[in-house]
Design a protein. Sequence first.
Length: 80
Amino acid sequence: CLSGASEAIAALLGWLVLANSMSDNVYAILFGLVSGMMVIISLKELIPTAHRYDSDDTVVTYSVIAGMAIIALSLVLFKV
């Protein structure tokens, strides 16, 4: 609980300090970096851990494919 609160407070303070100096290019670069980090964490940590708990692979692969399909569908529907 304390970790989540400290992250929210730090985000608010960071926004207050940097809000006027951030351009669209800086936001694009930051979002690209963060999304790359999230993909690496998913591929290197979350999916292998899920396979460890589902050694027979009864749901993990189907869940990953379903998740990718949902994200692809949302991108198409929102035309991003």
